[in-house]
Design a protein. Sequence first.
Length: 137
Amino acid sequence: MGNYTFREQESMKGKEVHPAWRGIGCLLGLIVPTLSWFGAIELLKIPSVARAVPPELFGRPVLPDFFWNVRILSDIANSLYQMNDLMARLAVAGLLMVFIFGTISVAYALMYRVTGPPRYARPNAPPPRRKTKRYKR
């Protein structure tokens, strides 16, 4: 019984995330959206990229009347309404975020595959191959 609880505590210790990885994740959560926003602004200056975006996304955003009736929301609506091509920027920034996070995920998976733990540990390793003799009667 005591041996079972010891193994359980040992396995829980290995599941903790190192604080450095938490810090890197926090920075990526702040840097990637900012980078994609400014990347979207610069990409929309290129005519071939701007032609690929639907023309309905360019211009000032259309907001429902509810935004203009509530005082706090009307302040937000005014600042959003002043931004030209907001929807096109958000669409391109969203695509850039998916691309950047996907690239980071693939790079992390490759690094983990090279430097991570072995593929099979003792509990989940395939059974060893044994040569058995044919049964003769």
